[in-house]
Design a protein around this ligand. Structure first.
Ligand code: UD2
Length: 313
């Protein structure tokens, strides 16, 4: 790949991908509407285009001459999608559809889509395996699954080869902690650094397969470079879940603070109890596996929040 469009490249995950592409010598174009991303996240070496992907005009210029597209732009909140499913449709499905047509017209060879473990829903016993029937329980998960189906059909119908990556609870430097629906690690690390107890929704026995953003970047590069995409959807997670009480203890250790007793609030409606990725398929298709253990990822994350205290709420 030589020229790559990163949608959502002003956001948390997309900006790390843009950094990595530039570091290996690719030309990078970032398209972002700055609705949740920040202009400062866009690396200096990338060309920036402010674009709403659901409106195709600006995209035509941004995508021209690109071999590859990494599609991270999304309205990535389950709760917001429940409150405003029409907006979720537009930002997550309509925008992806327009992007696919623009990719076809520009002769893009490979498109990598940021999907989510939310496509599985909450009836999974044990590992979430890609062969399971998906039963999303939010408009967000439904939109992401619909876009996955579109990208699955894309090689045959539109001549654009694709890979869909189902992320499991990504965390790391630059994750924005400013909303109550921000990733739990961004909220817990900022609480620990400010000496506040976190709020745990429910008993804290729920678990997540936390995945470091650096591993997610490697997965995107592997998906961009794989000889064949074929519209496959694969899990991006380590298969090693951590419960929230253990997570808070690990964050206190990483921050070097006493393990403050967390506050407990009512369980979030629709909260999934356990989430764990099956990891065999992605290893087979992309040769990828998660490499950064939670403690090492937390150390890097804590160092970043210490250096960027203004990112705290
Ligand atoms: C994640 C994704 C979401 C979707 C979903 C699929 C993130 C940020 N969100 O939602 O986009 O893909 O997975 O199922 O990765 N919690 C607390 N206290 C807090 C914040 C959260 O106890 O202050 C709990 C929350 O109730 C949940 C867990 O921590 O049990 C993780 O919450 P989250 O918002 O980080 O992510 P999740 O799994 O709800």
């Amino acid at each position: 790949m030589t020229r790559v469009l990163v949608t959502g490249g002003a956001g948390f995950i997309g900006s790390h991908i843009a950094d990595a592409l530039l570091a290996r010598g690719d030309e990078v174009i970032v398209a972002d509407d700055l609705s949740s991303g920040h202009r400062e996240n866009v690396p200096a070496g990338a060309r920036f285009v402010e674009a709403d992907l659901a409106e195709p005009e600006t995209l035509t210029d941004a995508i021209a001459g690109c071999d590859g597209v990494i599609h991270c732009a999304a309205r990535a909140s389950v709760t917001t999608s429940i409150d405003d499913p029409v907006h979720s449709n537009r930002a997550n499905l309509q925008a992806s559809t327009r992007l696919l047509l623009a990719a076809r017209d520009a002769g893009v060879r490979r498109l990598v889509y940021s999907s989510t473990s939310a496509v599985y829903g909450d009836e999974v016993e044990g590992e979430a395996h890609e062969a399971l029937r998906e039963r999303p329980v939010s408009p967000y998960g439904m939109n992401k699954l619909a876009a996955e189906h579109l990208f699955r059909m894309a090689p045959a119908l539109y001549g654009v080869d694709t890979v869909c990556l189902r992320y499991f609870n990504v965390y790391g430097p630059r994750q924005d902690p400013s909303s109550p629906y921000s990733g739990v690690i961004s909220l817990f690390v900022t609480a620990a650094l400010e000496g506040r107890p976190p709020t745990i929704y429910g008993d804290g026995g729920q678990s997540r397969d936390f995945t470091f953003v650096g591993d997610v970047v490697r997965a995107n590069l592997a998906a961009l470079d794989a000889p064949v995409g074929g519209g496959a959807a694969v899990n991006i997670g380590g298969g090693r879940p951590t419960d929230l009480l253990a997570l808070w203890a690990a964050i206190c250790r990483a921050c070097g603070v006493d393990n403050l007793q967390p506050d407990h609030g009512p369980a979030r409606p629709g909260d999934i109890r356990h989430s764990r990725a099956a990891v065999a398929r992605v290893a087979e298709l992309l040769g990828w596996r998660a490499e950064v253990p939670l403690d090492a990822g937390l150390e890097a994350t804590v160092a970043w929040y210490r250096a960027h205290p203004l990112a705290a709420p």
